[in-house]
Design a protein around this ligand. Structure first.
Ligand code: FES
Length: 78
């Protein structure tokens, strides 16, 4: 069954220059920002894509916690 997927990868410049959105589709390297975001779902290397999506997980978790602490402090001050 033909399957088209729309990918949401990390994007930085959106011009195909930074490589942040790089994915492997079949035997080719593609950039979601300029080549996609739709690709043949049977050819996307999802394991590699998910690994790349986790690159900044530690920083994102830290920022998420910091954001909640800042909101709690703002509520306490109000
Ligand atoms: S967002 Fe930089 S290459 Fe696609």
């Amino acid at each position: 069954m033909p399957t088209v997927v729309s990918l949401t990868t990390i994007m930085i410049d959106g011009t195909g220059m930074c490589g942040g959105c790089r994915v492997t589709v079949g035997d080719e390297t593609k950039f979601v920002c300029v080549d996609g975001p739709e690709f043949d779902g049977h050819l996307v290397d999802f394991n590699n894509m998910m690994q790349r999506l986790g690159t900044y997980k530690t920083e994102e978790d830290h920022d998420h916690k910091q954001c909640h602490m800042d909101l709690a402090a703002q509520k306490a001050e109000a």
